[in-house]
Design a protein around this ligand. Structure first.
Ligand code: 6PG
Length: 249
């Protein structure tokens, strides 16, 4: 399902509304909601809105558990940190307990951080299937998502839930959830805004090539929602009402 917004601000509002609705539904039926937060810039405004009214008081925050889709192995106070972005925009503005936060240990060497995250995930899910209730993802203009980067070995990972990757041009490693784990989720929301994403979005939604990493994101039996703004959707051939459920927001 694709939800079209006119601009990044409206996309953030649509995403905040959907996050709140899905979190309430999940808590009402399941008692709690395990959320995977996306990094990068696109979700920042959504996180900021969620910390404000009317969204803030509409969500049972004490029943939510927060994980990250990926992290850059930089100090926790580094502006490139995904954890710092989410804490600044949302988490530190809420009365959450430390038990609700499951950050990737970017203070550790990447291999140890990935191991520690895998261990934390196994502890959290215990004997239950490793199924996140709500996963937020961004999309890079090279077709990556989380830190499932083009050409990286993690794209072939079918067993482990976490892995180490690295962009050649970056002076730091990354730790990421793997596609098989993400695909177990009940609901996956891609947030995509801006003209720079138009070409990759058209290929992803309306062509079979190139083999972008984001193509690996196919929920096993969950829902996949695309929240896009006008600029990102500019090259899509499908009209807004072409597919049931698609719509202008
Ligand atoms: C990261 C993110 C990454 C991000 C995309 C889109 O750590 O880089 O997890 O997957 O979501 O690169 O980033 P923007 O939202 O900044 O365009």
């Amino acid at each position: 399902m694709i939800r079209y917004s006119t601009d990044p601000e409206q996309l953030a509002r649509v995403a905040a509304d959907l996050f709140a609705e899905l979190a309430r539904q999940q808590v009402a039926t399941g008692g709690c909601c395990a959320v995977v937060l996306a990094g990068g810039e696109t979700p920042r405004r959504t996180y900021q809105l969620l910390a404000q009214e009317p969204w803030r008081s509409s969500i049972p925050w004490d029943r939510l558990q927060f994980f990250w889709g990926d992290e850059r192995c930089v100090p926790a106070n580094d502006p490139r940190s995904n954890q710092l972005m989410a804490r600044t925009a949302l988490l530190d503005r809420l009365a959450l307990t430390s038990e609700q936060l499951h950050p990737i240990r970017s203070d550790l060497p990447a291999g140890l951080a990935a191991e520690a995250y895998q261990t934390e995930l196994q502890r959290f899910f215990g004997n239950k299937p490793p199924r996140f209730d709500l996963v937020l993802l961004g999309l890079g203009d090279d077709g990556h998502t989380a830190s499932l980067l083009p050409g990286s070995a993690v794209l072939a990972e079918q067993v482990r839930w976490t892995a180490v990757t690295r962009r050649p041009e970056e002076p730091f490693d990354r730790v990421t959830l793997t596609a098989p784990l993400i695909n177990q989720a009940k609901r996956i929301l891609f947030l995509v805004a801006g003209a720079a994403k138009a070409a990759v979005l058209r290929h992803l939604l309306e062509a079979d090539e190139p083999p972008y990493p984001a193509r690996l994101i196919r929920p096993v039996d969950g829902e996949l929602h695309w929240l896009v703004d006008r600029e990102a959707a500019a090259l899509l051939k499908r009209s807004i009402a072409a597919v049931p459920g698609d719509g202008l927001c």
